[in-house]
Design a protein around this ligand. Structure first.
Ligand SMILES: O=C(O)C1=C[C@@H](OP(=O)(O)O)[C@@H](O)[C@H](O)C1
Ligand SMILES: C=C(OP(=O)(O)O)C(=O)O
Length: 434
């Protein structure tokens, strides 16, 4: 479908001003959910503005493994036909490096009464999956794992049942159960959730389920989700779904604008339920120039000052916020460090290490991150640590650094935003690839 975007091992970014207009990429959270909803809907769906990130490509592969047919249209949209989707025999499903993919699709895949091997690569092989060891047997699924890590072996079929789960490690497990229960027409069944984190991501799941006409549970203040007895979804109609612009990737663009703009970013819906829309409040608080309309967001530098931010429910904002805080006079305090341990890297530590190379001191105090900003960002050599958001944070931090910043293993951005460096160049960034 989409040609592979090639990014060299090393990218060097020279400091300078940026300007112009840019359209935010497609959200992988929205695109991957659309793939899952199109699969479980058992009908025909058309997806406009489809994402092209590695995680999106992995999800498209997964739904094809599970029997959906995907065809690209001349206008770039994708038609997904899942009318008779079912794996005919035992399958291996590879999730690449996508945490959302594996946690969302595993319960959905387990709806099939076949043997399923669940595998992944890179950072995904060290991310915890022991949730499934505990929960899936309660839903009639046999499972074995590598001590809570990949690979997993499953044998369904999953049957919805009343269940109590822990939501404190990740919301992604709940997202998967909600979709799987809806697919199985769960009736008079409750998922009880303790200590749910990243709540807005669950709002996005429910929104996509609604957009695809799936059976919707009643949300009791994120503490329980009840699938009623009689209500069913509306599976008949053909669905058209437009993937939302990505507030998570867009946050790097907006921060770039606050440090070195002015720029205008289009394609970000202000009404979105995406967690990372909260970047707007940090931008407001740091004192940059910000103008938000339905059409675009305009952002430009001003005297930047330290701010306080609660990122417990939007952990992916830590990397762009650290880049921003590096340029804000004073100590910025961000809450939610505990949410960072099991991402593509242990992000609190990788941010601390990589920004130390640029002369920015980050102190970790329990659940708080303190960033001492306004002291000047030095040039230097950083490493993505195979984490897309670390690469993008270092790239944005380079814009007003004293000298150029090198990013090793720069291609990590392909996980969520393959066109990131191309977009930076379009905004006038001077970038050299090696
Ligand atoms: O559901 C999603 O699309 C996501 C949920 C979040 O994970 P947690 O729920 O583990 O915080 C976020 O960090 C991840 O990048 C995407
Ligand atoms: C943590 C992330 O994604 P996932 O958990 O889906 O791999 C991310 O995109 O920063």
């Amino acid at each position: 479908m989409q040609e592979e975007i090639s990014i060299p091992y090393t990218v060097i970014i020279s400091p300078g001003n940026i300007s112009g207009n840019i359209i935010a990429p497609a959200s992988k959270s929205s695109m991957q959910r659309a793939c899952a909803a199109a699969l479980v809907k058992r009908g025909v769906s058309q997806i406009f503005n489809p994402g092209i990130s590695n995680d999106d490509i992995a999800s498209l592969g997964v739904i094809q493994n599970l029997g959906a047919r995907v065809t690209q249209q001349d206008d770039g949209s994708l038609v997904i036909d899942s009318t008779d989707a079912a794996p005919k025999e035992d399958v291996e499903i590879n999730f690449g490096e996508s945490g959302l993919g594996i946690r969302m699709f595993t319960p959905i895949a387990a709806l099939n009464a076949v043997n399923i091997d669940i595998v992944g690569r890179g950072s995904l092989t060290t991310r915890p999956m022991n949730f499934f060891d505990e929960i899936l047997p309660q839903l009639g699924v046999e499972i074995s794992s590598n001590n809570g890590l990949l690979p997993l072996h499953l044998k369904g079929a999953l049957q919805p049942a009343n269940i109590e789960i822990d939501g404190s490690l990740s919301s992604q497990f709940l997202t998967g159960l909600l979709l799987a229960f809806a697919a199985a027409d769960a009736s008079d069944v409750t998922i009880e959730v303790n200590d749910l984190k990243s709540k807005p991501y669950v709002d996005l799941t429910l929104k996509v389920m609604q957009d695809f006409g799936l059976k919707l549970p009643v949300n009791n203040n994120y503490q329980s989700f009840y699938f009623e007895k009689l209500q069913t979804g509306n599976k008949k109609t053909k669905v058209s779904y437009t993937v939302e612009g990505d507030w998570s990737g867009g946050a790097f663009l907006l921060v770039a604008g606050a440090i070195a703009g002015p720029i205008k970013v289009a394609g970000l819906e202000v009404q979105s339920t995406q967690a990372d829309k909260a970047i707007l409040s940090a931008l407001q608080d740091c004192g940059c120039q910000l103008s938000v309309s339905d059409k675009e967001i305009e952002v430009a530098p001003a005297k930047l000052k330290a701010f306080q931010f609660d990122a417990n429910d939007c952990p992916d904002l830590f990397p762009p916020l650290v880049a921003l805080a590096a340029y804000c006079e004073g100590t910025t305090v961000i809450e939610g460090v505990e949410r960072l341990t099991h991402k593509e890297s242990n992000r609190a530590l990788t941010l601390q290490d990589e920004f130390a190379k640029l002369g920015i001191e980050i102190v970790l105090q329990n659940n708080l991150m303190l960033i001492k900003g306004g002291t000047g960002v030095k040039g230097g050599v950083t490493h993505s640590r195979h984490d897309h958001r670390i690469a993008m944070a270092c790239a944005v931090a380079a814009l007003k650094a004293e000298t150029a910043i090198t990013i090793e293993e720069a291609a990590a951005v392909k996980k969520s935003y393959p066109n990131f460096y191309k977009h930076m160049e379009q905004l006038g960034v001077s970038l050299c690839a090696q």
